[in-house]
Design a protein around this ligand. Structure first.
Ligand code: BES
Ligand code: MG
Ligand code: ZN
Length: 493
């Protein structure tokens, strides 16, 4: 699918399918749109009338034109009210347009959308992202690829001349999102800790990043007892991944992103029962996937920021040498943890990853983790939780969430709840009471951060979606990549 930032307008484009994005306020048709209507012998208005199209967000209609028309088909996509219009509305509208055009068996698409907030560049980027992500289908594990849907060859963004860089940027970001989706969607017998490390090695080779993978003995030497406690039942070796992007010039800022990288979470000896979603626990490396996806995008976008990408990858398994409920582990900052539940393993791996990252001297670090079921109960499938006591950092992440369309909701870090993690024998337990489970998880992580500004994102809900949405087919969403990239890019200013 090629994208062109075109100097042609909807009046002079020719091809298979022309789709116009309409806000509610742009009806009835005026100006250039009524000119277009004349050009297509009134068929645009007829389509709107017959379909009772009101330009509500998420709606679309398409019709065939006569043999003399400049385009074979013309369609409309509703963008809702222009007052409430966010970039995300255009991203979704573009996705719906691409789906409608492919369903109508078109190969070339001309798209005419309003400009959001006077920014041609952000609008072109959002349209391109929506389309690429909507068209992405993962057939790697099908023996017979499904050829029933048509593919678009060429998309022209009408009246977006000069926005080639915005299209390029969208493509790079989407490559990162698609990598994250593919890592999450792949089964746990394919995406192992070693596979995550190999993926990091591919990125390092392709884009000239620096890579360090710490093996078990090196992690041992660093005292990473919490991480290695989780890893000890697996037959697969753990891989502590540290990938670094450095800009050509001296970096203005240094940032770090850490991802929970459990390639499978059985629960350990506190084994997840059937019905608990154990068969979905391949998604427990969604944080690491977002981190590697962001690395792929950032390495191509080349911002003036040094970025560290980190994941303490392993499985959480059962065996005769598994950590036991009740074991006491010592993390690399010397703190001792009574493991009262082996299924709260993500925070154990993150503990050592946070201690490691804290020592890099970065300006800010954030971790992404499919950490708690409690968070899914609280915020559902579409929204990630943001935990941070740093107002500047949480403000920046909230702003990045808004622009990227990846939703975040800030949760309280209620210090008092740490009492729930008090242990009689060790410095802390790894789990507290059921109530407020995502908050105690965040407070646990906080014990492993000294003074680097830090945020924890619990992404257990949005990494996977069973429902189809505008630009996501059911399955892995690649959540986090666009948000992370936006945050890194914005940190330059
Ligand atoms: N990986 C899970 C959390 C999870 C649940 C991710 C649902 C994605 C979807 C995590 O390791 C876990 O098992 N958490 C436990 C914590 C509990 C033992 C305190 C949970 O949420 O039940
Ligand atoms: Mg678990
Ligand atoms: Zn887990």
């Amino acid at each position: 699918m090629d994208f062109i930032a075109s100097d042609r307008s909807c009046l002079d484009w020719t091809g298979d399918c022309l789709i116009i994005g309409l806000s509610e306020e742009s009806l009835p048709l005026t100006g250039i749109l009524s000119e277009l209507n004349d050009k297509v012998a009134g068929m645009l208005q007829t389509l709107i009338d017959e379909e009772e199209f009101e330009a509500k967000a998420g709606t679309t209609a398409i019709t065939r034109l006569g043999p003399d028309a400049p385009v074979k088909k013309i369609g409309v996509v509703g963008l809702g009210s222009s007052d409430a219009m966010e970039l995300e509305g255009l991203r979704r509208g573009a996705a719906i347009a691409a789906r409608a055009a492919t369903k109508a068996k078109c190969r070339t698409l001309g798209i005419s959308f309003p400009v959001w907030n006077n920014s041609q560049a952000l609008t072109a980027q959002a349209i391109t992202e929506g389309m690429i992500l909507a068209m992405n289908r993962d057939q790697r594990f099908k023996s017979e690829p499904d050829k029933s849907t048509n593919e678009l060859d060429q998309v022209e963004l009408l009246s977006f001349a000069g926005e080639d860089a915005a299209i390029q940027k969208a493509k790079m970001i989407c490559e990162g999102v698609i990598l994250a989706r593919e890592l999450v969607a792949a089964p746990p017998n394919v995406v192992t800790p070693a596979k995550l490390a190999d993926t990091a090695a591919d990125l390092a080779r392709d884009y000239g990043l620096k890579l360090e993978v710490l093996e078990r003995d090196q992690c041992e030497a660093l005292g990473m007892g919490a991480y290695l406690g989780v890893a000890q039942a697996s037959d697969l070796p753990p891989k502590f991944i540290h990938l670094t992007y450095s800009p050509a010039e001296t970096a203005q800022r240094k940032l770090a992103i850490i991802g929970k990288g459990l390639t499978f979470d059985s629960g350990g000896l506190n084994l997840k029962p059937s019905g608990s979603g154990i068969e979905m626990m391949k998604i427990d490396m969604g944080g690491a996937a977002a981190v590697l996806g962001a690395a792929k995008a950032i390495a191509q976008l080349k911002p003036d920021v040094e970025v560290h990408f980190i994941s303490a990858a392993t499985e959480n398994m059962i065996s005769g040498h598994a950590m036991r409920p009740g074991d006491i582990l010592t993390a690399s900052n010397g703190k001792t943890i009574e493991v009262n539940n082996t299924d709260a393993e993500g925070r154990l791996t993150l503990a050592d990853a946070l201690v490691f990252t804290d020592k890099l001297g970065v300006d800010a670090m954030i971790n992404l983790a499919t950490l708690t079921g409690a968070c899914v109960v609280a915020l559902g499938d579409d929204i990630g939780a943001l935990f941070s006591q740093d107002e500047d950092l949480s403000g920046k992440l909230t702003a990045a969430a808004k622009l990227s369309g990846e939703k975040l909701w800030q949760m309280p870090m209620e210090e008092k709840y740490f009492e729930g993690l008090k242990s009689v024998v060790a410095d802390m337990k790894n789990t507290g009471p059921r109530a407020g489970g995502s908050i105690t998880a965040a407070l646990f992580l906080k014990q492993f951060v000294k003074d680097t500004p830090w945020a924890h994102l619990d992404i257990a809900g949005p990494v996977w979606s069973e429902k189809e949405n505008a630009y996501n087919s059911p399955g892995a969403t690649g959540y986090g990549v666009r948000l992370l990239v936006q945050w890194v890019i914005d940190s330059q200013s």
